[in-house]
Design a protein around this ligand. Sequence first.
Ligand code: HEM
Length: 209
Amino acid sequence: MKEIKFYKVAIFINALVPLALVGWDWLHGRLGADPLNFVTRTTGTLTLVFLMLTLAVTPARKITGVQWLIRFRRMLGLYAFFYGFLHFTAYVWFDKFFNLRAAAEDVWRRPFIIVGLTSFFLMVPLAITSTNGMIKRLGGKRWQRLHKLVYLTAIGGVLHFYLLVKSDTRRPVIFGAILAVLLGYRLYVAYSSKLKAKPLSLTQTAPPR
Ligand code: HEM
């Protein structure tokens, strides 16, 4: 479908806009007193935003019945990984200057780092197996089971955010509420389809007369 191609290009370009804006402001020295912290925080927020958008695709598709929304999910997920990678790189490069010892000490000093690291590393197998070839190789069922890791990534991402803020917890709480709705919807669908399936299995197992 022509429109899908157009939407895909539109999403691809729009998802790069925040990065271009940060780059532009950086070049012009407009990132405030601590540009490195600004870049780390912006890329962290973008990772979480793209994780939420990725998780919103399935509920949106089921509620609206617009099946082709699924065609954007992979790109959104890969953008979450891309911004997660930039966020991670900003930390080890600019914050720690590739000093792994300092990074390891930081992990113990600031536990939110280990939660972030775990969430990021959970995204790696998802990004690697995002191609059509990998889906075929793994088989649909196994691939789907593996990709449930995205729920842990998102929960970890929100927890990481919550743990790092010092007093104003509003933003991580808002992300947490959005995530609760997105995961709650999935639980509701799974539970209600189980309930619907129950009477069927009762009739199926009824003893023959
Ligand atoms: C899925 C993975 C991750 C997500 C979703 C995520 C998300 C976030 C968010 C939303 C923020 C706060 C942004 C703000 O204050 O506006 C943040 C900050 C930060 N994150 Fe992450 N993050 C992830 C992984 C990591 C990793 C792997 C590291 C480092 C190894 C890391 C290190 C940091 C640091 C140092 C900050 C800044 C804290 C400060 O302001 O002092 N994050 N992250």
